[in-house]
Design a binder for this molecule. Sequence first.
Ligand code: PMP
Length: 284
Amino acid sequence: MTKVYIDGELYEKEHAKVSVFDHGLLYGDGVFEGIRVYNGKIFKCEKHIDRLYESAHAIGIRIPMSKVEMGRAIEDTLKANSMTQAYIRLVVTRGVGDLGLDPKLCARPSVIIITDKIQLYPPEVYEKGLELIISSTPRNHQSALSPRIKSLNYLNNIMAKMEGQRAGVREVVMLNLEGYVCECSADNIFLVKDGVVKTPPPCAGILKGITRDIILDIADEMKVPAKEENITRFDLYVADEVFLCGTGAELIAAIKIDGRDIGEGKPGPIFKKLLKRFRELALA
Ligand code: PMP
């Protein structure tokens, strides 16, 4: 039976419930993380915990436990569920309060840890690659709500994803208000052109993905030139390779964007090289 951690207690899945007065539910007032477990090891746990605390700090939530206690709570929840391959969803909400936006109405933030499985795309999509469109929904402007805050407010991304679904594709590219490429609805994006790997810089208004950082490190280690650079729609169309990355999706090649084939219309050689090394690191 799946056990879910809520505020220091483990509950059976069907009893794992939050109040209808939780501001996470009422206003999307909260933050979260998604973390992978490979072969019993929590992958990049510290980095995810750091980002969770940064997201919380940015919206003025003081998580009522230390980072060390959070790490222990994650491990205990995983152990209680006897899982060695898993996807962990870590959620911190503003907590329970009366109606009204005022965060002061909430006495104490709530901490939730769910351990589950996740398979974002069918295996054949990982093999053959993914088709994308560029969504007409721009990414939230960073001065309104920074995409660097991994908040419970994912409507911007969901609206873009719905646009993709209407167009018959599984993922979309979102641009910023200047028209530069930001990221996908739940992943960061990379392109390869003439042997150089490129990804938008954090100041383009993206979530600074932990998988993205790993890819940049791997490229560095493998002496594949890589840089953060503003990318346009045109750059994507004429790229030799495009791929996406994220904790949930892992690494996946994009082979068509807005009906244009990317490169040879199949996962490219640099993508495959980076993927191989990523798998080695994840399974190490
Ligand atoms: N961008 C967005 C909007 C995301 O939600 C995510 C996480 N699913 C990512 C990028 C990738 O981040 P990470 O590699 O840290 O999972």
